[in-house]
Design a protein around this ligand. Structure first.
Ligand code: GRF
Length: 206
């Protein structure tokens, strides 16, 4: 791992296949980013096991262990800050982050639908129920809303006649992993600017 690499803290709540894609990409020093820690809001998930297998430090901060959401928000931000990230990546992290984290670090999120359509925890199910013929995935900056931050990149995935939620989500995730790895790598190597809702790769003044 290079000392020049952008430091990523990745947050997960589930199987961690997006995390795995980042770990695999970061194995190449030319990628420009390294995963310095993986955090979760629950124990016993494959995402944490993936980090442990890769030798990456992990931490768990459970909402239920705190008297109020604000306390959890502050505790989580403290755990993240301890790893001095340049960028925080929510990769299937099923909680909305609060101000302590959002004000301290740039945060990326990934969502399995073409925002602003079908935000929230059931983007794949909601798209299927609506009957859209094309859905996809979105990588965006996180803000205080539910999937409302500036959009960085999107990719479409067709809905097939015999799709159920699991099959469609798997095809979306195949695309989503590539999109996320591409975005994080470009942010690490090129920097970025945000003007209002408009995200652009590249540092200001170039
Ligand atoms: C992804 O589709 C993500 O967008 C959604 O949950 C899935 C996480 O998958 N919120 P994984 O844990 O990275 O395999």
């Amino acid at each position: 791992m290079s000392s020049q690499a952008v430091r990523l803290v990745v947050l997960v709540s589930g199987s961690g296949t997006n995390l795995q894609a980042l770990l695999d990409a970061a194995a190449d020093p030319a990628y420009g980013a390294e995963v310095v820690a993986v955090g979760a809001d629950r124990d016993g998930i494959e995402g944490l096991a993936r980090a442990e297998r890769a030798g990456v430090p992990t931490f768990v901060e459970r909402l239920a262990d705190h008297p109020a959401r604000d306390d959890w928000d502050r505790a989580l931000a403290g755990r993240i800050a301890g790893h001095r990230p340049d960028l925080v990546v929510c990769a299937g992290f099923m909680k909305i982050l609060g101000t302590p984290t959002l004000s301290a670090f740039p945060v990326l999120n990934t969502h399995p639908a073409l925002l602003p359509a079908f935000p929230g925890a059931h983007g794949v199910r909601d798209a299927l129920a609506y009957g859209v013929r094309v859905t996809g995935c979105t990588v965006m900056l996180a803000d205080a809303g539910v999937d409302t931050g500036p959009i960085i990149a999107q990719e479409a995935v067709p809905v097939l006649d015999d799709d159920d939620e699991a099959a469609l989500h798997e095809r979306i995730k195949t695309v989503e992993r590539g999109l996320l790895v591409g975005v994080v790598g470009r942010m690490a190597r090129e920097g970025w600017t945000v003007t209002g809702r408009n995200f652009r790769f590249g540092r200001a003044g170039r």
